[in-house]
Design a binder for this molecule. Structure first.
Ligand SMILES: Cc1cc2nc3c(=O)[nH]c(=O)nc-3n(C[C@H](O)[C@H](O)[C@H](O)COP(=O)(O)OP(=O)(O)OC[C@H]3O[C@@H](n4cnc5c(N)ncnc54)[C@H](O)[C@@H]3O)c2cc1C
Ligand SMILES: Cc1cc2nc3c(=O)[nH]c(=O)nc-3n(C[C@H](O)[C@H](O)[C@H](O)COP(=O)(O)O)c2cc1C
Length: 796
C-alpha cells in the first residue's frame, strides 16, 4: 500500500472533515478508526441502533494474511485482536468416519463481541463519537462531507436506492444457521453427515476458550424433510446436536438469534451516491464458507481510507475507492460463489472415497491445488494418488499402488481403447485444408503434437460434406482424396506415438460459408459462399446469411453424410469418433431453444430438440466398429437468457449415454452471438463436473486450463476423466512430455529419435522440482500458529 500522499489532509488541514457513519459493525468502526487516526481534526460520528454490547453471531475468523494487513494499518487494534484470538493451522474434514487434516492454512478466530469491543474502545480513544441505540437515516446528514453507509446486509439506504446502486440479490437455495458450542476445536472443521433426510454440513471453529462457532447448512429439500421449518430455535439446536452428537459429545449447541436463513449474494453495480458510499455487507457479501464477511468489511474500510488519503476531494476519493476496490471484491465474491456452489451440491460427492471427497472440498474454490497440497500436506496427496490408482486398478490396469503416478498419468479405458494418460489435445480448426484435403501442415501439426505425448488427440472439426464446411479452409472426410490424406496422418501418429487419435465430425449449419479465422471468424464469405441450413431460419449475426430450415429430406441426407464419413473414418484407422454437437453448428442448433424454433417433432421440448442429434448419433454408432468408443461434444450452457442451461445438459448427456456414448466432451457457448460467457481459469470445468457426477457419464473438460497442476487438481477431485487443452497445445507440442518429466512419469511414450531429449528433461526436472519445492517451502511465511504468537487462549 506504500507511502501516503497528502490528499484531503494536504488540501486544507484546518478544515475539519465531517463524517457520519451509519452502523457500528466492523466496516464502520474500522473506517472511523483509520480516518480519525490520520486526520485528528475530522469530526466523525458513528451511529448504531444496538447497544454497545449487543451482538449477534459467535466468532469471526481471519486468515494470517488478513491479520498482516491489520498490523500495517493499526498496530494498536491489531495487538489487542491478536491477544484475544485463538490460532490454528489445520483444516479438518470429517466425512464417513474418516478425518483428513491439511496443515499450513493459518487462521485465527475471536468472538464477534470481543472484536467489536476492541474496535469501539480504539475508536473512542481516538476521539470518534459513538451514538448507540439510535436509528440513523443515511438520508440525513446533508451538512456532512461524507456519509458512510455501513449498515449491514439489510441496508435500508441501499434498498431504497436499489435502482441507483444496481443492486442484485442472489438468494442461495441452501439454508444455514449460525450457532455455537462449547466443544473445543483445534482446526477449522468441516463435518459432513448423511441423515435419513439428506446431508447436513457443519462449518466450525473455535474462537475463545470453551466457545466455537457452528454454522449448520443443508439443502432446501433436506431442510423440509427434517421438519426444520416447524422447529423453533431450541428445537433446531437440539436436532443439530443429535445429528452431530458423535462429535459434540457432551457439549451443547448454543443459540443467539440463530434463525435459519438463505444466504444473499449481494452485488451493486455502483457503490456511491453523491457523497454517500456503501461499505461492508451493505455493498457486497461473500459466503461464509470462504471465511467471514468481517474480513471483507474491514478491508473495504482500508480501501476507502486509502482513497481518502490519496485524493484531495471526497467525490474523487469515492470514485477512486470504487475503481480500486471493485476487482478485489468481485474476485472474492467469485471465489465465494464457486465455494458455495460446492456446498450446495455436496450430495454429488458423498459417494466418492472420503479422501477424494476431502480433496474436492479443499480445492473447491481454485486457490488450493494439487501441487500446493503436495507441499503442505504430502501424506494427504499421497493417499489421494493411491486411491486414484486403486480406481484405475479396479478398471483392470496393473498400475503401481506403492508409487502411484499422478492422476494425469493414469491410463483410462473407453470400450477397448486404452488412453495412456489423461491429457487430450482439444479439436482445433487449422483452416488450412485445400478442398477439404488435409496437407503437409496437418501432418506436421498432428504428428508433432502426438509425439509430444497427450493420451488422446482430436482432429479439428472435419466436415461431412462440402456444404458442411465452416470455411473454405476446413478439413473434410467426404472424398477419397481426403480419406487418403487422413489415413497418412493416422498412420504416422500410430507409428510414432502412443497417442490415441479421435476424429471430430461435424456440420457447420448456419455458421457455414464463413471466412477463415484470421480473416473474420463467423463472418459470411463475401464471395464463393454456399447455401447454409439450420434447425430454423435464424442468422448467427444480424448480417449473416439466413439459413434454410431443414426438412426431413435434408435430415436424411445429412445423416447419410455422417454415416459415410464414419465409414471412411473406420477405414482411415481412427481410434475414436466424436460427434460435434456444440458451438452453434448444425446439431447444436437443434439442441438450443434459442436457435431451434421448430414446431414439428424436432422442436419444442428438449426431447424433441434432441431427436435429430440422437438420430445422427445412432446411425453413426451403428456404422462405427463396436469395440471403438464415441464421444459427443456439447455446449453445456449457451451463456444467454432463455438458452440451454446446465440442467438441460445433464439431461442431454444422459440421453447420449443411453444411446451409447462413451465420453461427453464438455464445452460451452458459441451458440448465439449474444452469449456472455464468464471467463476465468478452468471456467468450463464446473459444467463437466456436473454432467459427470449427475448424468453418470465419463467427461472431458476444456477451457483455459493451462498447467499440469490444474489437470491433476481436476482429475483428483473427480471433476472430469480427461482434461483437454486447446491453445496451450498450439504453443507447446511437448506439453505432456514436459509434465511427465516434472512428475517423474517415465512410462510416457517417446520415439527413439527423441530419447536423448526425454532423458535430459527427466534428469533436469528432478533437480528443478526439488529446487522449486524448497524455494516454495522456504518462501512460505510461517503461520501464526507455527510461530506460536501469544494467544489469549490455547485453542488445542
Ligand atoms: C445472522 C448473522 C450472523 C453472523 N454471524 C457471523 C459470525 O459469527 N462470524 C462472522 O465472521 N460473520 C458473521 N456474520 C457475517 C458478518 O457479520 C458480516 O459479514 C460482517 O459483520 C459485515 O460487517 P459490516 O460492518 O459490513 O456489517 P454489520 O456487522 O452487519 O454491521 C452493521 C451494523 O449496522 C447497524 N445498523 C443497521 N442499520 C442501522 C441504522 N439504520 N442505524 C444505526 N445502525 C444501524 C446494525 O445494527 C449493525 O450493527 C453474520 C451475519 C449474519 C446475518
Ligand atoms: C483456433 C481455434 C480453433 C478451434 N477449433 C475447434 C474445432 O474445430 N472443434 C471444436 O470442437 N472446438 C474448436 N475449438 C475450441 C477448442 O477445442 C477449445 O474448446 C477452446 O479453445 C478452449 O480450450 P483452451 O482454453 O484450452 O484453448 C477451437 C478453438 C480455437 C481457439
Amino acid at each position: 500500500m506504500g507511502e501516503f500522499t497528502d490528499g484531503i489532509a494536504g488540501r486544507d488541514a484546518r478544515a475539519a472533515l465531517r463524517i457520519a457513519v451509519v452502523g457500528a459493525g466492523p466496516a464502520g468502526l474500522y473506517l472511523a478508526i483509520l480516518v480519525k487516526k490520520r486526520f485528528p481534526d475530522a469530526v466523525i460520528t458513528v451511529y448504531e441502533r444496538n447497544r454497545p454490547d449487543d451482538t449477534f453471531g459467535f466468532g469471526v475468523v481471519f486468515s494470517d494474511a488478513t491479520l498482516d494487513i491489520f498490523e500495517r494499518y493499526d498496530a494498536e487494534s491489531y495487538a489487542r485482536i491478536t491477544q484475544e484470538f485463538a490460532y490454528w493451522d489445520d483444516i479438518a474434514i470429517h466425512v464417513k468416519g474418516e478425518v483428513h487434516r491439511i496443515g499450513g492454512n493459518g487462521f485465527c478466530g475471536c468472538a464477534r463481541s470481543t472484536l467489536l469491543t476492541i474496535l469501539q474502545e480504539r475508536a473512542r480513544s481516538l476521539g470518534v463519537a459513538m451514538v448507540f441505540q439510535t436509528e440513523a437515516d443515511a438520508e440525513a446528514f446533508d451538512d456532512h462531507d461524507l456519509v458512510v453507509v455501513a449498515d449491514g446486509i439489510n441496508s435500508a439506504y441501499r434498498q431504497r436506492h436499489a435502482e441507483h446502486f444496481g443492486t442484485t440479490v442472489d438468494l442461495r437455495p441452501n439454508r444455514f444457521a449460525w450457532m455455537g458450542s462449547t466443544r473445543p476445536l483445534d482446526a477449522f472443521t468441516f463435518l459432513f453427515r448423511e441423515t435419513e433426510w439428506g446431508p447436513f454440513i457443519a462449518h466450525a471453529y473455535q474462537y475463545e476458550r470453551d466457545r466455537s462457532t457452528w454454522v449448520f447448512e443443508t439443502d432446501p429439500d433436506t431442510f423440509e424433510r427434517a421438519g426444520l421449518a416447524q422447529l423453533d430455535e431450541a428445537g433446531s439446536a437440539a436436532l443439530m446436536k443429535r445429528i452431530f452428537a458423535d462429535f459434540l459429545g457432551d457439549h451443547p449447541v448454543l443459540t443467539n438469534r440463530s434463525i435459519w436463513r438463505q444466504f444473499p449474494m449481494i452485488r451493486n453495480a455502483r457503490w456511491v451516491r453523491g457523497n454517500r458510499v456503501l461499505l461492508g455487507d451493505a455493498k457486497a457479501t461473500a459466503h461464509f464458507s470462504i471465511g467471514s464477511g468481517t474480513k471483507l468489511a474491514m478491508e473495504d474500510a482500508i480501501a476507502l481510507y486509502e482513497a481518502l488519503v490519496t485524493e484531495a476531494e471526497v467525490p474523487a476519493a469515492l470514485a477512486q475507492f470504487e475503481r480500486g476496490r471493485r476487482e478485489e471484491v468481485e474476485k472474492t465474491q467469485h471465489a465465494a460463489d464457486v465455494s458455495l456452489v460446492w456446498f450446495e451440491h455436496v450430495a454429488r460427492y458423498l459417494d466418492f472415497e472420503p479422501v477424494q471427497f476431502a480433496f474436492g472440498a479443499m480445492t473447491r474454490a481454485k486457490a488450493i491445488t494439487y501441487d500446493n497440497l503436495r507441499l503442505r500436506a504430502p501424506d494427504f496427496v499421497a493417499r489421494m494418488d493411491r486411491v486414484f490408482a486403486e480406481g484405475v486398478r479396479r478398471a483392470g490396469f496393473d498400475v503401481s499402488l506403492d508409487r502411484p503416478a499422478a492422476p494425469m498419468f493414469q491410463p483410462l479405458r473407453l470400450r477397448e481403447m486404452v488412453v495412456p494418460n489423461r491429457v487430450a489435445m482439444s479439436p482445433m480448426c487449422m483452416y488450412s485444408a485445400q478442398e477439404g484435403v488435409p496437407g503437409d501442415w496437418h501432418l506436421v501439426h498432428y504428428g508433432a503434437r502426438a509425439i509430444g505425448g497427450p493420451g488422446l488427440m482430436f482432429t479439428e472439426m472435419t466436415c461431412v460434406s462440402r456444404d458442411a464446411r465452416i470455411t473454405p479452409g476446413c478439413a473434410g472426410l467426404y472424398t477419397d482424396a481426403q480419406e487418403m490424406a487422413w489415413t497418412r496422418i493416422v498412420d504416422f501418429v500410430h507409428a510414432n506415438s502412443g497417442t490415441k487419435f479421435c476424429l471430430q465430425l461435424g456440420h457447420a449449419g448456419r455458421k457455414g460459408a464463413t471466412k477463415l479465422m484470421w480473416e473474420g471468424i463467423d463472418r459470411p464469405l463475401a464471395e464463393g459462399g454456399w447455401e447454409v441450413m439450420s434447425a430454423s431460419p435464424l442468422p448467427y449475426y444480424p448480417d449473416s446469411t439466413v439459413p434454410r430450415a431443414m426438412d426431413r429430406a435434408d435430415m436424411a441426407a445429412v445423416t447419410a453424410d455422417f454415416v459415410a464419413a464414419t465409414e471412411r473414418a473406420a477405414r482411415a484407422g481412427f481410434d475414436m469418433l466424436e460427434l460435434h454437437c456444440a458451438h452453434g453448428y448444425l446439431l447444436a442448433s437443434f439442441l438450443s431453444p434459442l436457435t431451434n424454433r421448430r414446431t414439428d417433432a424436432y422442436g419444442g421440448s428438449l426431447e424433441n430438440r434432441l431427436r435429430f442429434p440422437l438420430e445422427v448419433f445412432a446411425a453413426m454408432r451403428a456404422a462405427w466398429p463396436p469395440h471403438k468408443p464415441m464421444s459427443v461434444r456439447v455446449s453445456a450452457t449457451d451463456w444467454a437468457e432463455g438458452g440451454l442451461t446446465p440442467e438441460d445438459s445433464v439431461a442431454i448427456a444422459g440421453a447420449f449415454r443411453e444411446a451409447g456414448v462413451d465420453l461427453v466432451d464438455v464445452s460451452t457457448g458459441q451458440t448465439v452471438s449474444a452469449a456472455r460467457p464468464l471467463y476465468g481459469r478452468m471456467f468450463q470445468t464446473p459444467f463437466a463436473e456436473r454432467i459427470r457426477n449427475e448424468a453418470g457419464t465419463a467427461t472431458m473438460c476444456v477451457g483455459n486450463i493451462t498447467t499440469p497442476d490444474q489437470i491433476n487438481t481436476i482429475l483428483a477431485a473427480g471433476r472430469a476423466d480427461i482434461v483437454a487443452l486447446g491453445r496451450p497445445h498450439l504453443a507447446d507440442p511437448g506439453f505432456t512430455l514436459r509434465a511427465a518429466a516434472w512428475y517423474g512419469a517415465d512410462g510416457i511414450h517417446c520415439p527413439p529419435q527423441y530419447a536423448p531429449g526425454k532423458d535430459q528433461i527427466f534428469r533436469n526436472s528432478v533437480r528443478e522440482r526439488a529446487d522449486f519445492e524448497d524455494l516454495k517451502l522456504r518462501g512460505r511465511p510461517k503461520t501464526r500458529a507455527e510461530l506460536r504468537l501469544p494467544a489469549a487462549q490455547d485453542a488445542s
